[in-house]
Design a protein around this ligand. Structure first.
Ligand code: SF4
Ligand code: SF4
Length: 364
């Protein structure tokens, strides 16, 4: 296993982290605990969950898994999150989380899922930072972190706040352009950087043909190549992967074993190739994000990506992404007045107006 610094916390964290969002057998706590043990025996020491993964079940099985790690004297850090904003609600939530996780303190506690700077300002008004600082003073949490879906300069603005010790954000071979600005702030503020969705929420393993260029050799599994592409970024502390079963844990550990960093020039060439490879795919660059009607266009186009790359018969992947990931009302697509401003700005020349019509149900 490789270990990197988590910002200035003094903690060395494993480059591969265990994400608690995907357990294939969530109703079998022993099986879930075994997966955590396999990961920890392979050197993983960063375990991340949340209070809404499988309801509260992910935190509950983490409680069992962490107890087993302690019994076996395997070291770990635990990370979780809260969507609550008031001091009273946060305290109620963390008390329940500590019980479920069966730990006296949470190492990395996240303000969860910032989707816009307005959303962040509202949470600040509710007193979220005061609440987090008190929890830290009381040693119920060790580090104040944030999870963000912001892009480009927005994410930078959030991270330059000066209160966070680390950030959790989505970054993968297909959408890295949208989030690269985060690294300026990560370096400036010396933050820990944890990646979620490193495999594009399943897009990369389901479409390996699109990501061949990431491979170092034809035999290399695409998922290993996609993870190694991220590990080449030295600012990244942890890459979270969610696993269905123990075999996936073992397979992913092999990606670390065989990892050889690319040189800076090689990495730049692969990134250039990635940028050029996704025609018609919204890269999330957000150059279009100034709609006079207030339509969050990058979020709609990201959701349309799911249709292009991940369409499954009988599943409405666009509305699923909009509602569950972005928390955006699909009817907002119908507010478009077809001024054309966004299409002029789009770096990928995407027919945004037509896609909004399809999403909003104005055309077949
Ligand atoms: S064309 Fe529609 S979505 Fe694009 S900027 Fe104008 S109103 Fe907004
Ligand atoms: S629609 Fe175009 S400009 Fe807007 S985020 Fe996507 S690629 Fe960038």
């Amino acid at each position: 296993m490789l270990y990197r610094d988590y910002g200035t916390t003094g903690k060395k964290v494993s480059l591969l982290g265990f994400g608690g969002m995907r357990f294939g057998q969530i109703d079998d706590p022993e099986a879930c605990a075994r997966m955590m043990v396999t990961a920890a025996e392979g050197g993983v020491n960063y375990f991340d969950t949340a209070p809404a993964y499988f309801g509260t079940k992910s935190e509950e099985v983490f409680g069992k898994g962490l107890a087993e790690l302690r019994r076996r004297k395997l070291p770990y850090y635990v990370a979780t999150k809260t969507f609550k904003t008031t001091e009273k609600d946060i305290r109620t939530e963390i008390e329940a989380q500590l019980k479920r996780l069966d730990v006296p303190a949470i190492d990395f506690y996240h303000v969860w899922c910032i989707t816009s700077l307005d959303n962040w300002q509202e949470r600040k008004k509710d007193g979220i930072l005061t609440a987090f600082r008190k929890l830290k003073d009381e040693k119920l949490i060790n580090h104040i972190c944030v999870s963000s879906h912001l892009v480009r300069d927005e994410i930078k603005e959030l991270l330059m706040e000066g209160v966070f010790e680390g950030v959790l954000f989505g970054y993968s071979a297909y959408n890295f352009k949208t989030r690269e600005a985060a690294f300026d702030a990560i370096r400036a503020k010396k933050l820990g950087a944890v990646l979620m969705n490193p495999l594009g929420g399943g897009i990369i393993p389901q479409h390996p043909e699109l990501f061949e260029f990431l491979k170092h050799s034809p035999e290399e599994p695409t998922t290993h190549a996609a993870l190694r592409f991220l590990w080449d970024h030295q600012d990244i502390s942890v890459t979270l992967v969610g696993f269905n079963d123990n075999e996936q844990v073992k397979d992913t550990l092999k990606a670390i074993e065989g990892y050889q960093p690319r040189s800076g020039d090689e990495l730049a060439a692969v990134k250039a190739r990635a940028s050029a490879s996704f025609e018609g795919i919204c890269t999330g660059c957000a150059y279009c994000d100034d709609c006079p009607q207030g339509i969050p266009i990058p979020k709609f186009m990201d959701s349309y990506n799911q249709k292009l790359l991940n369409d499954k018969p009988g599943q409405d992947v666009i509305s699923g992404r909009l509602l569950n990931h972005w928390h955006v009302d699909i009817s907002k697509a119908r507010d478009c007045i077809e001024c054309g401003q966004c299409e002029s700005a789009c770096t990928q020349h995407i027919n945004i107006i037509e896609r909004l019509k399809i999403i909003g149900g104005k055309s077949a």
